[in-house]
Design a protein around this ligand. Sequence first.
Ligand code: AQP
Length: 327
Amino acid sequence: MRVFSGIQPTGKLHIGNYLGAIKQWIELQEKNECVFCIVDLHALTVPYDPKTLQELILEKVIVYLASGINPEKSIIFVQSSVKEHSELAWLLNTITPLGDLARMTQYKEKSKKFEKNLNAGLLNYPILMAADILLYQTDLVPVGEDQKQHVELARTIARKFNQKFGEVFKIPEVRLPKAGARIMSLQNPAKKMSKTDGPESYIGLFDEPEEIRTKIMRAVTDTGKIVKYNEKLKPGIANLITIYSLFSGKSIKEIERKFKGKGYAEFKKSLAELLVDSLESFRRKKKELLTREVYVKEILSQGTKRAQVIAQSTMQEVRKKMGLLPH
Ligand code: AQP
């Protein structure tokens, strides 16, 4: 099966991005043909600093490598370096109803958050995402819960194109992780953890031990002190238990037993140490890869070539079916 997924270079990657997306990618690359993209064009839809964007893009490549994506097996590349993404996005614009875009949850949330910079790109974001996925004749899209709605729209757009112009696109399936599809903010357990919220709301994959300890100890919890999983009544502690479970491999029941009669402070201290240890190899590998810029750029260049071959072949077919001249 062919797998496609991507991450925006909008800020520092956090454990939500890791548990929701990257962890699945690492499992999937063993038995599938995987295409992993850094979706830089998507990142331009919200305010950003052009001076730091290149650095953030390269950092994401390093994250992919440091977290276990194998460039010998998987294709790693940057979206803007394969121009077919923008071309297909434009063509798909012409068959996507405006109403479908306006009802997207991410658009509703981000248009409120970035009221002063409400550009058309924010509304059209899911079309570019559909182009990303459909260009590669993708079977499976592993993402966190927040992106499920966009993948569903990509399916709708693909079906519509196939009906109108003739079969070109595979209809992709979404794949959510069994647990960790929606890790919540440390400061507000009613909101998902997000890179563009303040750093105190997330644990970055490369956070230093002291930052991890401070952020976990300050994480918002609920009244009471019993370490018990209850998503409705104790969403803060439930979120921390989920994180503990996913990094330790222990079940929720085992964690509740381990911290029986011990209180929140002790649980948080133990979670902080677990994260410090679990993220140690990310910090180490990142430091090592930062000194190997030539190697990282070579991986990107190889990945771009491999991605282009697939993307160009799909685009030839799309142009033909839509009545455009071949290139
Ligand atoms: N809190 C989360 N829990 C689980 N999975 C998550 N993902 C994001 N947040 C969580 C998954 O991470 C992948 C990459 O996301 P993205 O870069 O496309 O941006 P996003 O979904 O909008 O994530 P952020 O961190 O909230 O970024 P910003 O702040 O830039 O919008 C996706 O698979 C996503 O589902």
